[in-house]
Design a protein around this ligand. Structure first.
Ligand SMILES: *[C@@H]1O[C@H](CO)[C@@H](O)[C@H](O)[C@H]1NC(C)=O
Ligand SMILES: *[C@@H]1O[C@H](CO)[C@@H](O)[C@H](O)[C@H]1NC(C)=O
Ligand SMILES: *[C@@H]1O[C@H](CO)[C@@H](O)[C@H](O)[C@H]1NC(C)=O
Ligand SMILES: *[C@@H]1O[C@H](CO)[C@@H](O)[C@H](O)[C@H]1NC(C)=O
Ligand SMILES: *[C@@H]1O[C@H](CO)[C@@H](O)[C@H](O)[C@H]1NC(C)=O
Ligand SMILES: *[C@@H]1O[C@H](CO)[C@@H](O)[C@H](O)[C@H]1NC(C)=O
Ligand SMILES: *[C@@H]1O[C@H](CO)[C@@H](O)[C@H](O)[C@H]1NC(C)=O
Ligand SMILES: *[C@@H]1O[C@H](CO)[C@@H](O)[C@H](O)[C@H]1NC(C)=O
Ligand SMILES: *[C@@H]1O[C@H](CO)[C@@H](O)[C@H](O)[C@H]1NC(C)=O
Ligand SMILES: *[C@@H]1O[C@H](CO)[C@@H](O)[C@H](O)[C@H]1NC(C)=O
Ligand SMILES: *[C@@H]1O[C@H](CO)[C@@H](O)[C@H](O)[C@H]1NC(C)=O
Length: 492
């Protein structure tokens, strides 16, 4: 305010006698001018600071106490942690995990991460551990790959997914663990993937990028009430694990130019539940896997008994919920229900190729909503990415027993594209209670090739001729005479 009135006064003087008064006024009032400036600037500064203090006062006030979920609870600061976004906390995390590793017989330990930005290189978890992220706690992944340890390729992949040989480990890692909980008041684990994506695109990396969180050969894992964002690679990768629950987790990455930032990739896992999650990422929201070609066949560990429900997913580059393409150990008994896929390229997809071997069977989809997606249901049997040339071209995967009940939505371009082949036909697929609003009312909207199965009751849009027709009472109305007919059009 004072600055303004002074300026106005000077303007007034200008009008009185420009040539004579300006130099005189400026020189004679130079000291006053400076003093006024400091006072004015100072008062504005103090005013601003009060506003900021006021805000932070109101934000800090309700800081929720962290519940005690284990016998013993530590604070990351007990181990020298500094949450300033600059100090490296790797040693603090390691010391905390070491302390908890001594408490296994006493019910384990909890590590509280308070509000702040906790920069760290990769570290390992231990058994009987709860990692609790306070509201506004952010674990930040160090971007310098020199601090990321290299690990041997996953045995069922034989190779890094992007480069042969070793791969980078994950930011938060665990092997051979039991009873691990990662939870909080919606604190965040942020992989700062931007530098990794850029280096990957510029081909500056010599090894496969690391996931954000990877837990291997472990059981009884719970991940809940947190946010995971900007992973360098796949976000959450449970590998050969049993009894894994992922509940009420938000997973975020840019929907473009964040390559391979899959949300959750259950890989050779059994007894898994994924529920109440919001996922918006740069690749598949979920991709269930079980190893790659000859390495996955040899490892022979299926993914099975997986329940996925109450999810909202967005994937502009790939699909909301995928199975494959790495599925060589087999995938069975998967239920996907109450799923909303919006503003996405594909909603649900099963992908495989010759060389994979294995099977995908007993997959149940119920109550799916597609909101503005290009292709709804996709089955693709020529997803030809292989670890090396050693794969067996005669190892043909089996695709069978898929059911889709209750598929609704709007703004869909191609509701169904089932691209079976003579080598990999799709068997025993069922559609029931489907009505999807279309963006284009053309032909080729329910696309099929080499598929055997049925539709029950009314299905909109009109199904392909490959499928048998049943009425609501499940009586055969018309048997298909053209299961192998091909009507696939990728152009739209
Ligand atoms: C952790 O320690 C910091 C610094 O001593 C303190 O501000 C914070 O309240 C502590 N948090 C908990 C949950 O004990
Ligand atoms: C985590 O444990 C694995 C397996 O023991 C090891 O290879 C890796 O180097 C460890 N990572 C870190 C950051 O210590
Ligand atoms: C989900 O997590 C948020 C944030 O942590 C929490 O406020 C909410 O109560 C949780 N919802 C459920 C159903 O657990
Ligand atoms: C958790 O935090 C994320 C990211 O800030 C936010 O998008 C989400 O809505 C939050 N979840 C809840 C339940 O508050
Ligand atoms: C990749 O390898 C090249 C050649 O050995 C080397 O110059 C470069 O520094 C390596 N890059 C990384 C990120 O390790
Ligand atoms: C599965 O893990 C949870 C912890 O996440 C545990 O409470 C439960 O007992 C385990 N279930 C079985 C069958 O082991
Ligand atoms: C998630 O947070 C809510 C609200 O704090 C809590 O009631 C619930 O038990 C938490 N769920 C899990 C699985 O940690
Ligand atoms: C299939 O998976 C569900 C969990 O989603 C499990 O309850 C059920 O027992 C499994 N069925 C078989 C036959 O294993
Ligand atoms: C179907 O899914 C939607 C969205 O997830 C949900 O709101 C609705 O309650 C579900 N319907 C049934 C019958 O479960
Ligand atoms: C077809 O799949 C359904 C599950 O969708 C299953 O109940 C049925 O037994 C299968 N039929 C045959 C002939 O395998
Ligand atoms: C359709 O293709 C399947 C799988 O390739 C084959 O077994 C079957 O004989 C074919 N049926 C007809 C009528 O050609």
């Amino acid at each position: 305010m004072m600055v303004e009135s002074f300026t106005l006064g000077r303007f007034h003087n200008h009008r009185l006698d420009l040539k004579r008064w300006i130099p005189a006024l400026l020189s004679s009032h130079k000291t006053l001018f400076t003093v006024l400036w400091i006072v004015a600037f100072g008062s504005v500064f103090i005013w601003q600071r009060n506003i900021v203090d006021g805000f932070s006062f109101f934000r800090r006030a309700p800081a929720r106490p962290m519940p005690k979920l284990r016998q013993v609870a530590f604070n990351l600061t007990d181990f020298g942690g500094v949450g300033d976004g600059v100090t490296l906390n790797t040693k603090a995390f390691e010391r905390a995990v070491f302390a908890i590793s001594k408490l296994g017989k006493k019910g384990g330990g909890q590590l509280n991460v308070p509000a702040g930005y906790w920069l760290t290189a990769p570290f390992n978890l231990t058994s009987h551990m709860t990692l609790f992220l306070a509201e506004d706690a952010v674990i930040l992944g160090l971007q310098d790959e020199k601090y990321w340890p290299l690990m041997p390729p996953l045995p069922s992949y034989g190779s890094g997914r992007e480069h042969p040989g070793p791969r980078y480990g994950s930011l938060i890692h665990g092997q051979n663990l039991k009873d691990v909980v990662i939870t909080g008041h919606n604190g965040t684990i942020n992989g700062q993937g931007q530098t990794w994506w850029k280096k990957y695109r510029q081909k500056l990396l010599n090894h496969t990028r690391g996931p954000l969180v990877q837990i291997m050969w472990s059981s009884d894992i719970l991940i809940s009430n947190i946010t995971l964002r900007d992973s360098p690679f796949w976000t959450l990768h449970p590998y050969d694990c049993k009894n894994v629950t992922i509940r009420n987790v938000t997973i975020l990455a840019p929907i473009f130019e964040a390559p391979n930032t899959d949300g959750i990739d259950p890989d050779s896992c059994e007894d898994m539940v994924i529920e109440d999650c919001y996922i918006s990422v740069g690749d598949d929201g979920i991709a269930i896997k079980s190893g790659w070609d000859q390495y996955g066949i040899a490892y022979g560990r299926p993914s099975k008994n997986i329940l996925i429900r109450n999810l909202v997913v967005r994937s502009m580059v790939s699909a909301g919920v995928s199975i494959g393409s790495e599925m060589s150990g087999g995938i069975s008994n998967v239920t996907v229900e109450n799923l909303v896929v919006w503003n996405s390229r594909r909603a649900v997809r099963i992908k495989t190729s010759p060389g994979r071997g294995g099977y995908v069977r007993h997959i149940v989809y119920r109550n799916l909503t597609f909101d503005n997606v290009r292709v709804g249901v996709v089955i693709k049997t020529d997803y030809n990415e292989h670890p090396d040339d050693g794969f067996d071209r005669k190892a043909l995967p089996i695709l069978e027993d898929f059911s889709f009940t209750g598929i609704h939505g709007q703004g869909v371009r191609v509701p169904v594209r089932i691209h079976g082949s003579a080598d990999i036909p799709v068997r025993n697929i069922t559609f029931r209670d489907m009505s999807v609003g279309l963006t284009y009312k053309k032909k080729h909207i329910f696309q099929c090739a080499f598929v055997q199965g049925r539709v029950i009751g009314t299905v909109f849009p009109a199904p392909c001729e490959n499928l048998d027709r049943y009425n609501e009472q499940q009586q055969l109305v018309k048997r298909s005479a053209s299961q192998n007919m091909t009507d696939i059009d990728y152009d739209f």
